[in-house]
Design a protein around this ligand. Structure first.
Ligand SMILES: Cc1ncc(COP(=O)(O)O)c(C=O)c1O
Length: 436
């Protein structure tokens, strides 16, 4: 393949230093299991399941075959007013995995679309129950809810917002829960449940019946892994119930076994009203997102429309695309037959030990983690974030792909990883971080 700078110029890459990439391209041309391969054939261990997408490992033959079969049989169906069997089967399979109360599934094509879809479901639900004055949304500092306009407005990461102005009006941000008192705590920290009471302040600020929904990532992932303090999610649930506010868990990273349970809602024992998901739904093999909603929300919206009329004016040309459904069905079958969520749970102790062992390095300022997700934070240099960017390049050169945000390396191995793979990830991290 031609790898001159000229040949790379026209693709404007997302969330990338285009100038740097095009000078120092890091291309993958093949993947298998836990490894990527660059154009020279060099193997790079995947420490972040791509972008948290591929827990079953790369290039699973069962998924490729299912997609290929589907494309040869029925490549596309209009998603409005027409259907195909795989989407209904997939909705059943997803609803089997979500908490029992959440049993309707709306399909879209990404995590960002899932978030914006959930925003619209919340608004439509309140309108249907004659509470259309509920127009405020609450999210959290340091949150990442994708990049569409709604999700960007909910976002709590300044670099993702600052270029884009006011976005949605009426979004209030809870304080984040990354507290010094919980530094180097494995799993859930003891301090910070009371931060959920920020929601009470917002209720007192804008009115008891003005907030439509609260969006939180149960574990804030992209910002650098912030595990919720003990009691925090329960408290949010309690306040949402008290004031008729919908609670949305954005499980785009946490969903499908990352915590060792199907969803973080199970792991933390708190049931939201909606769950957004994407990524591991298809093991990353096809773009797909979804929103699982409570039966009562679906029924309220549907019942508000006249008989025979469209009930919810929302959807995408590629909602429940046949190829994505085929990939998702094959993926969920792999998770089931290989019991990959249980495997993630079993491996998580070993993995967390390996990550927390890095805290003896002088340059490591914090380690956080839960399940098969961990954040290793290095002390910032003169400009925060520069070390993190440097670190992911160093790791890549040493044969490890890891996603970094700011100065945090986010490690999220595939569930098929062995202890030897975890050892290798931690030794490459150690070697690279030791240089600071
Ligand atoms: C919690 C959360 N929500 C939404 C998204 C956006 O997903 P996508 O990139 O598929 O649009 C992400 C992506 O990392 C995410 O972590």
């Amino acid at each position: 393949m031609d790898m001159t700078v000229e040949s790379l110029e026209r693709h404007w890459m997302p969330f990338t230093s285009n100038r740097d990439f095009k000078q120092h391209p890091r291309l993958f041309v093949r993947a298998s299991g836990l490894h990527y391969f660059d154009p020279t054939g060099r193997r790079v261990l995947d420490g972040s399941s791509g972008l948290f997408c591929s827990p079953a490992g790369h290039c699973r033959a069962e998924i490729a075959a299912a997609v290929s079969r589907q494309l040869e049989t029925l490549d596309y169906t209009p998603s409005f007013m027409r259907g195909h069997p795989a989407s209904f089967e997939l909705a059943d399979r997803v609803a089997e995995l979500t908490p029992a109360a959440l049993d309707h599934v709306f399909f879209c094509n990404s995590g960002s679309e899932a978030v914006d879809t959930a925003i619209k479901i919340a608004l439509a639900y309140h309108l249907a129950r004659r509470e259309a004055q509920r127009t405020y949304f609450v999210s959290r500092e340091r949150a990442y809810h994708g990049v569409n306009i709604g999700g960007t407005a909910l976002s709590g990461m300044v670099r993702n917002r600052e270029a884009f102005g006011a976005l949605l009006p009426g979004v209030l941000h809870l304080r984040h829960t990354l507290l010094p008192a919980n530094r180097l705590t494995r799993g859930m920290g003891a301090s910070g449940a009371e931060l959920a009471d920020d929601l009470l302040r917002f209720v007192n600020l804008v009115g008891e019946r003005r907030i439509a929904a609260v969006f939180v990532e149960p574990i804030a992932g992209s910002t650098g892994v912030i595990v919720p303090p003990r009691g925090y999610l329960e408290r949010l649930r309690e306040l949402c119930d008290r004031y008729g506010i919908l609670l949305v868990f954005d499980e785009v990273i946490c969903g499908f076994g990352r915590t060792g349970e199907p969803f973080a809602a199970h792991a933390f024992g708190v049931t939201p009203d909606l769950i957004t998901m994407a990524k591991a739904l298809t093991n990353g093999a096809q773009p797909m997102g979804a929103v699982a909603v409570r039966d009562s929300i679906y029924r309220t919206i549907v019942a508000a429309a006249p008989e025979g009329a469209t009930e919810f004016f929302h959807g995408y040309t590629y909602s429940a695309h046949p190829a994505a459904c085929a990939a998702a069905l094959a993926t969920l079958e792999i998770y089931r037959t290989e019991q990959l969520f249980a495997r993630a749970r079993e491996l998580s102790g070993y993995f967390q030990d390996a990550m927390f062992a890095l805290q003896d390095l002088p340059a490591v300022s914090d380690v956080r983690g839960y399940g098969l997700l961990a954040g290793v934070e290095v002390k910032a240099g003169d400009t925060p974030g520069v070390r993190g960017t440097e670190l992911q390049a160093k790791l890549y050169d040493r044969g490890l792909h890891v996603k970094t945000t700011g100065d945090v390396a986010i490690i999220a191995p595939a569930f098929i990883a062995t202890r030897a793979d975890i050892d290798l990830m931690s030794s490459i991290l150690r070697d690279a971080i030791r240089e600071y």
